[in-house]
Design a protein around this ligand. Structure first.
Ligand code: EPZ
Length: 448
């Protein structure tokens, strides 16, 4: 298993292009199951989760060819998808267990093929992640759903899904992938579907934009009520994936924690307002310039002074502060001048990074879904390990700022969501290396 070795203390500076969004690209890829015509996606990042989704789609009769970006500064490669065999409808455990986003193939398969069998995704390191809202939404449209041998088996009663009024709010807000799943299925249903308490995340809006380019009739995506007038069939389309707001927010934190000076291109400032507000409150300077009029693909310069102010942060559904940036912000606040309070409202157990940060000298007190972060003067390097993507990013950030050497183990988590993170950080001046077990064995051999 690969690890990162980081020598802390280097100030990051330079320019970076933010990649296309992983969490938009995954459900966008699944929409190719809704048509037999080609769907072409641009700015798709080169990530382990994307490879897994390609494998899954291939097993479901949909080939996905990926041409990586030739220019290293580009926002991602091009993916061409085409569904050619609609008799394959079984998403097996071997792939589903590697990636919960597999669930977003359920709605499209059911709507187009009338049948889907998909392994029930289990819990994961960040806590319980049920799919009851996805299933409830599809059932309301006439799907008959049973469980067999750990698989969800869904069949359409009466040939075609029917439009319905569906409430998708849950105890922790609405469901992001659930909204995309139900919206995609409703695009081919008979009649009108109204999703109430829909997720407003930009990734849902991006899926709606592709579906509309394919001929779907969707109104209100990005608001809590989405109306979908079902159509008989959808055509192929070409679509550019939105920039990754979480990658952008992570590099903003990287600039801040190293007192750096970074310019981010293809930066989705418009959908990062809550994160920018909190970072500015902490004393980080973020200056957007140029870009589209909607500020979805703009340029932003991030600089930071030495003294960070403590702040309060609560994660919330969009447009609130995103849970996927909570861990990275915690790394930063470990070095603020005073006590910060972080409350996690989406995944109350998403604190795998707390114990690891403590090993680096952070002063953290967790009580339920809240962590009090008492700022310290410095973090110290240590071997650390995390079991999820964003917790790992948090530890890399802490390592960049820490005194001495930090070894972040199990970086395969990072490879799921950050393209070539070590190369990109090194390009900006970080002292960071990837070490594989094989390389390490050779190094020991050479020394011995
Ligand atoms: C998406 O997961 C993202 N994943 C997550 O990013 C992100 O943390 C999450 O949205 C919240 O923003 C992808 O897009 C691939 P939810 P999703 O359904 O859609 C509860 C990352 O680091 N819930 O919006 O699966 C659930 O347990 C990942 O990139 C139900 O109760 O999340 C959670 O508490 C991690 N029943 C809350 O709702 C359901 O049927 C929000 O989950 C579904 C969800």
């Amino acid at each position: 298993m690969d690890r990162f070795v980081i020598e802390g203390g280097a100030r990051l500076s330079g320019r970076l292009t933010i990649k296309g969004s992983k969490n938009a690209a995954l459900p966008l890829m699944a929409t190719a199951l809704l048509t037999d015509q080609p769907v072409v996606l641009k700015d798709v990042p080169d990530l382990a989760d994307i490879v897994n989704m390609r494998r899954l789609l291939a097993e479901l009769g949909c080939e996905a060819e990926y041409a990586p970006a030739t220019d290293p500064g580009a926002a991602g490669g091009t993916m061409s998808l085409r569904s050619h065999d609609e008799s394959l409808s079984h998403a097996k455990y071997e792939i589903v267990r590697t990636m919960r986003a597999s669930i977003c193939t359920l709605g499209p398969m059911l709507a187009r093929r009338g049948y889907a069998r998909i392994s029930m995704p289990g819990g994961c390191a960040i806590g319980d992640r049920p799919v009851d809202l996805h299933l409830r939404g599809l059932e309301a449209m006439g799907a008959h759903i049973t469980l067999d041998g750990g698989d969800i088996i869904a069949r359409v009663r009466g040939g075609r899904l029917r439009g319905a009024r569906i409430f998708l709010g849950g105890p922790f807000g609405s469901t992001v992938l659930g909204t995309s799943n139900v919206m995609s299925a409703a695009a081919l249903a008979e009649g009108t579907t109204i999703i109430e308490s829909a997720a407003c995340e930009p990734e849902v809006v991006d899926v709606a934009r592709l579906l509309m380019a394919m001929g779907a009739r969707i109104y209100g995506a990005g608001s809590p009520r989405i109306t979908i007038e079902g159509v008989e069939s959808l055509r192929g389309a070409t679509h550019r994936v939105i920039p990754d707001r979480i990658e952008a927010g992570t590099y903003m934190c990287a600039a801040a924690i190293t007192n750096g000076d970074l310019t981010l291109d293809n930066c989705p400032v418009d959908v990062l307002l809550a994160a920018i507000d909190r970072l500015e409150r902490a004393g980080v300077n973020i200056v957007p310039s140029g870009g589209d009029t909607d500020q979805l693909r703009t340029t932003a310069r991030i600089t930071s002074s030495r003294v960070l102010q403590p702040i309060e942060v609560t994660t919330q559904p969009h447009p609130g502060f995103p849970t996927d940036l909570q861990a990275q912000l915690m790394a930063l606040l470990c070095l603020a001048d005073g006590n910060s309070v972080i409350t996690e409202r989406i995944y109350p157990e998403r604190f795998l990074h707390v114990a690891e940060l403590q090993r680096m000298g952070a002063r953290l007190l967790r009580q339920g879904p809240t962590v009090v972060v008492s700022g310290v003067k410095k973090l110290v390097g240590a071997p650390v390990m995390a079991s999820d993507l964003r917790a790992s990013a948090c530890l890399v950030l802490a390592g960049l700022a820490a005194q001495g050497t930090t070894v972040v183990n199990r970086v395969y988590h990072l490879d799921r969501g950050y393209e070539r993170m070590e190369d990109r950080l090194r390009m900006l001046g970080a002292r960071i290396e990837r070490l594989s077990d094989k390389q390490e064995a050779l190094a020991v051999e050479a020394v011995g």
